[in-house]
Design a protein. Structure first.
Length: 172
């Protein structure tokens, strides 16, 4: 199957929200309670919010589509406070389209957009510690374990794992 990765546009908001709903249900089954997911998704993936983020020409927000134009993945990243550091905020590909290089292409697109704004030496990501599949995917992309910590998500405590991709050839 042929795929395209391109900068997100405001009209992609509905497709991004749909991918988020499907991937969250699959990814966080048994990790984040369904009622917490149901409360979080409409806030974090509100179409108006996604459209505003996509409308920003400086944003590192990309979508992956099939040749027929079906949205199958997305990624969004941005700078952190520390100079040279950035964070991958959102990164999802529908299960049936995973392991086809889309994640790597989305990651490279985000990194390219971030580096166009200034040097980036480290890219961080936060992943639920129990999300073994996600952690393996990030490791395949070159991320390394940094630390674990507890985080609150609408009254639900979840164990998070911070991972880092070093872009300057340096290890941890």
């Amino acid at each position: 199957m042929e795929y395209q990765v391109r900068h997100a546009a405001p009209e992609d908001a509905a497709a991004v929200a749909a991918v988020a709903r499907r991937t969250w249900a699959d990814t966080y089954r048994g990790i984040i309670p369904v009622e917490i997911q149901a409360a979080v998704l409409p806030q974090w993936y509100a179409e108006e919010r996604l459209a505003r983020a996509a409308a920003n020409p400086a944003s590192a927000f990309f979508v992956a589509q099939t040749g027929a134009g079906e949205g199958v993945g997305f990624a969004q990243a941005g700078p952190r406070e520390e100079p040279g550091d950035a964070e991958l905020w959102r990164f999802y590909v529908l299960p049936e389209h995973q392991r086809r290089g889309l994640g790597r292409r989305l990651l490279q697109a985000c990194l390219g957009a971030l580096q166009a704004q200034g040097p980036v030496s480290r890219l961080f990501v936060q992943v639920e510690a129990k999300n073994a599949g996600g952690r393996r995917a990030y490791e395949r992309l070159g991320f390394h374990y940094v630390r674990e910590y507890d985080d609150e998500l609408m009254g639900h405590t979840t164990r998070m794992c911070e991972m880092c991709l070093h872009l300057d050839g340096q290890g941890s």
